[in-house]
Write a protein that binds this ligand. Sequence first.
Ligand SMILES: O=C(O)C1=C[C@@H](OP(=O)(O)O)[C@@H](O)[C@H](O)C1
Ligand SMILES: C=C(OP(=O)(O)O)C(=O)O
Length: 454
Amino acid sequence: MRSVKSYQASSNSNLTSMPQPLTARRSAPISGRVKVPGDKSISHRALILAGLATGRTRIEGLLEADDVMATARAMEALGATVSRSGAAFEVLGQGVGGLTAPDGVLDFGNSGTASRLMLGVLAGYPMRVAMTGDASLCRRPMSRVLAPLSEMGLTVEGDKDTLPFTVEGTADLLPIVYELPVPSAQVKSAVLLAGLHAPGRTTVIEPLPTRDHTERMLRFFGAEIDVKTRDDGGRAVTVGGDAELTGAHVIVPGDPSSAAFLVAAALICPGSDLVIENVLLNPTRTGFFETLREMGADIEILGEHDEAGEPVGDLHVRSSKLKGMRVPPERAPSMIDEYPILAVLAAFAQGETRMEGSAELKVKESDRLAATAAGLAACGVEARIEGDDLIVSGRGAVPGGGVVETHMDHRIAMAFLTLGLGSEAPVTVDDIGMIATSFPDFVPLMRGLGAQLP
Ligand SMILES: O=C(O)C1=C[C@@H](OP(=O)(O)O)[C@@H](O)[C@H](O)C1
Ligand SMILES: C=C(OP(=O)(O)O)C(=O)O
């Protein structure tokens, strides 16, 4: 058994370590059968709910990346026991009210999900907890979660909107009905997690459906969850308070947001034929694959089935000629992390791709609208931002030859390394260090499939 304390907070140490540039070159076909690491969103939630449950939880396929290890360390600091046992993780939970005050500051590294979901957990405990993150996380807005959680009873010292700050929860949380002003699964999840402690029922209303892993997993651990879907697709999610959760056996499927880079590489490198096994196919996460099919991509889904409460299947991808399209704003939540790699594919397509309603991209690990447009321009692609829309003019081929700034953003780094596998001239990414936050084996895995990442 190995405790998670032995995992380093490497996303923070990246701040002081030297940047690691990498150059991607035009590649032969990307082919083979492969699995991607476990889904990041489900991994965070598995650790949190396991820590709040009574008894033991076994987690298979947990993503061992910096972001998820920040959640694991936080749960340990709060009194849960998290250890690795062979290929799985085991968590000994403390029950919904059983967590205890940490000794030091909780450091969430680069992870928005870890920090925001944990605020929901902490809201139910009358203890002062100091929280921080790396330079990127300390710029990201926290008011979106602090607003509903303050209504429930959480206080933030100094009324701050960004980390670092100290919060204090209460044993007397109020249940609320909260309508999300922005489509965000992190905000929805934070309110639902706080609702576990509140007496009565807490409801989150979301005008556009966002990823629903918290609801599914809460149900899996025994919480009372009610989901009502409106005619317009919006949802009202209600959690019963004073909840009791029981340890469970969680199996984490492959992350579709990581698979997206492999799919993209296979599409743009001629002659590719790739199968990615065991990918999460929850409909709140598959907007990218649907969009690519509409653009003409040859993507087949094989062997779809349910595993531990989530749909999974294999993706079979063959290189394809793509055409530009209008991506409607209501699709954004189901593919929010895939816009940088979609924009890269749009550059290889014929015609214009207009990605509408992408405002949320401005508040991710970097301003992804700006970083993506600048990266494309550095690689000779015409791209522009109009309000909240990103517009890419595809010419069927990409010149490349640029140096791309990643701004401490793992998805920008992976998106532009992928671009370099299909462009005419090599593409250099200024720093690949942050890739460890979500997909530590990205570079060796891609090399194994034929990618030229020397
Ligand atoms: O709930 C989650 O696990 C996530 C929700 C999304 O963020 P928002 O809730 O800010 O849209 C997504 O970008 C992030 O990578 C993971
Ligand atoms: C936005 C992301 O993550 P987070 O918000 O958890 O930092 C991401 O992984 O693309």
